[in-house]
Structure formats: structure tokens, C-alpha cells
Design a protein. Structure first.
Length: 348
């Protein structure tokens, strides 16, 4: 089946892939002590790569989004409207809560609201992923300008090389905290390239398959060596993240084949994965916050003794909150769009 693999499968199952990725993000952020269970400990380490899957799929999506936009300004407006209305109110509410209980200062709240907290390595930062994805949004039109007008493979290769060079330069330096972002730029660019492949209907040839799965094996070997012998260098030199440049695409391809097989069996539907993928952004925003609040609350309710139940309750609560929050924001955005539409009609 791989011999005739069409990259369009990644686009077809993009939502479900995001659902799988957010499951691994939730698992990674779990505070359970699983060091006594080797297989789960290994899965947790590999779960770091779920972010790379998100970024690759984001790159793919942005390629198509840019194709449909009238100009760069329209592209920026469209992308920011997808995340800012969902993101900022959550940051504000949680920031006010932490401000009241003394866990965050006003300056830290402002840095989080402006997404500058990650770039300046502020204490008590809300997250790193959203500031990173916003930066990638701003970089995308610049990259796509050269991507469209020059050789696509040379352009991608040069951009990836620059990202790797930047990562090497800041390794084990005061700016090494940015490695979690810079080492992920290549997989985002690969996502854009995959979007192009889908657009032209590219299928895998034998060389592509051999190259992809050789990269997968090499990436897994690097992770194994790092986790056993180079633990202390994992974060300071980005060794935890580099391997996923090689791993993410072949894993994505293999997963879509499995999903296609499940669909063809007509036994199972992918409803739950679709729900997770559709609400993945909201789940990401709420899960860690709910875990943090629940951990503090559990000290009084003694729930922490029942770890599986504790995390199950947190996960279900996260899903409910994600669903409700998406509905609320969609409602207000719809009202805003209707008012703007009516206003434009009246002015005409």
C-alpha cells in the first residue's frame, strides 16, 4: 500500500491526526509518576513529538490558507482571528486568577497577554506554543514568496538549514530556551512542502519511501541514545527535538494508512478522534490549567491518591470546557461578523 501512497491521505485525515496528537499532548502533560512502568515512560518521551505533528499539519494548512488569501494582510488577519479570540480571554482569566492568589505579577500578566513571555523567558509564562505559532504565521508569507518563485526543494532545504544553524548557535547559551521553537521550524516547513505535494497529487516512489523510513529508524535511534546516554544534553542542545524532523512525516503516513484501513472495514467510525481534532486548540489551552487547579484542590479532597480517576476527571472536564468554550467564542464571532456585515450594507 505504501508503494502507491498518496500524500492526500494526510489532508483527508488531518483532523483525526490532530486528535491523535492532542491525546499524546494530554498524556505528556499528565503529572502521573510512570517511571515505574518502562513502556509508558518510553511513550511519554516519544509524546514530545506530538507538537511536531501539530506543526507539520499547521504548515500544511497554512499552505492552502495562503493560496486562498487575497494578500499577505488578509492572510495575517485570517490566521490571527482563528486563535486570538480563543486564546487571549483564557490567558486573561487565568492571569487574573494567578494575580489574585499571588502566583503572577501584573508585568508577567501583560507579558503573557502580549505573547512576549516566551521570547523573553519570563517567569510564570502561560505557554510557548502559541507565541511560536504566531511567529510562524508571520514567517510563512516570506517563506512562501521564495517557495513559489524559486526552486521549491532548494528553498525548503536552505530554510531548514538556516533553522538548524540557528539552533546550533543558541545551544547551551542563555538563549537555549528558544530551542523548543527553533528545532521545530524544519518540520513546519516540511508541512508546507507536503501541502504542495498534495496540491500537485504527488505519490510516494520507492526512493521517497526508503528515505522516509530510514529517517524514522535514524530518529528513533537518536532518541534511544539521548534518553540513555545523553539525558543532560537533551534540552540544552535540542537533542530531544531534532529527531522528530525525521520521524514525524513517516509516522504520519503510517497512521493515515491505519486510519484508512479502519474506515474501509466499516466497523469503527473516527467520531471521537474527529471531536478531539476539531477541539484540539481548546483542549491544549485548558488541560494544563485544569490539571494545575485540580492538583491544588486535590490536596484538600485527597483525590491525588486515586491517580487514574484524578486524571480521567481532569480529561473529561477539559473536553467539556473545550466544547463549551468553542461554542461561546463561535457565537460571539458570528454576532460580530453579522454586525460588520449589516454596518457595511448600511453605509452602502
Amino acid at each position: 500500500m505504501l508503494k502507491n501512497y498518496n500524500y492526500k491521505l494526510i489532508s483527508i485525515y488531518r483532523t483525526q491526526l490532530m486528535g491523535i496528537a492532542i491525546l499524546f499532548v494530554v498524556f505528556y502533560h499528565s503529572t502521573n509518576d510512570i517511571s515505574s512502568i518502562p513502556i509508558l515512560s518510553i511513550i511519554r518521551k516519544i509524546s514530545i513529538g506530538s507538537v511536531d505533528l501539530f506543526l507539520m499539519l499547521s504548515g500544511l494548512g497554512l499552505y492552502y490558507s495562503n493560496q486562498r488569501c487575497r494578500n499577505t494582510l488578509h492572510f495575517y488577519k485570517k490566521r490571527l482571528l482563528r486563535i486570538i479570540p480563543i486564546y487571549l480571554p483564557v490567558v486573561f482569566m487565568m492571569g487574573i486568577f494567578y494575580l489574585v492568589i499571588g502566583k503572577m505579577s501584573i508585568s508577567e500578566l501583560i507579558m503573557n497577554l502580549t505573547t512576549l513571555s516566551f521570547w523573553f523567558d519570563t517567569r510564570n509564562r502561560f505557554d510557548w506554543f502559541i507565541p511560536a505559532i504566531i511567529m510562524l504565521y508571520f514567517m510563512t508569507p516570506i517563506f512562501l514568496y521564495f517557495f513559489k518563485h524559486k526552486n521549491k526543494y532548494i528553498t525548503t532545504g536552505i530554510a531548514i538549514s538556516c533553522a538548524i544553524l540557528l539552533s546550533v548557535m543558541i545551544s547551551s547559551s542563555p538563549m537555549q530556551y528558544l530551542l523548543i521553537f527553533t528545532t521545530r521550524i524544519p518540520i513546519f516547513l516540511i508541512g508546507i512542502l507536503v501541502g504542495y505535494w498534495i496540491n500537485i497529487g504527488k505519490e510516494c516512489n520507492r526512493a521517497s519511501i526508503i528515505l522516509s523510513f530510514s529517517g524514522l529508524i535514524l530518529g528513533l535511534i537518536i532518541i534511544f541514545i539521548t534518553s540513555i546516554y545523553l539525558k543532560e544534553y537533551g534540552a540544552s542542545y535540542g537533542l530531544w527535538w531534532y529527531p522528530f524532523m525525521l520521524i514525524t512525516l513517516p509516522v504520519c503516513m503510517g497512521t493515515t494508512i491505519i486510519l484508512q484501513y479502519i474506515i474501509n472495514l466499516k466497523v469503527l467510525k473516527l467520531t471521537f478522534l474527529t471531536f478531539l481534532g476539531t477541539h484540539s486548540f481548546e483542549i491544549y489551552l485548558f488541560h494544563e490549567r485544569i490539571l494545575d487547579l485540580a492538583n491544588n484542590l486535590s490536596k484538600y479532597l485527597h483525590l491525588v491518591r486515586y491517580k487514574l480517576l484524578f486524571h480521567l476527571i481532569c480529561f473529561i472536564t477539559t473536553l467539556i470546557m473545550a466544547y463549551i468554550w468553542k461554542k461561546i467564542i463561535s457565537y460571539f464571532l458570528r454576532i460580530g461578523r453579522n454586525k460588520l456585515k449589516n454596518l457595511s450594507i448600511e453605509t452602502v
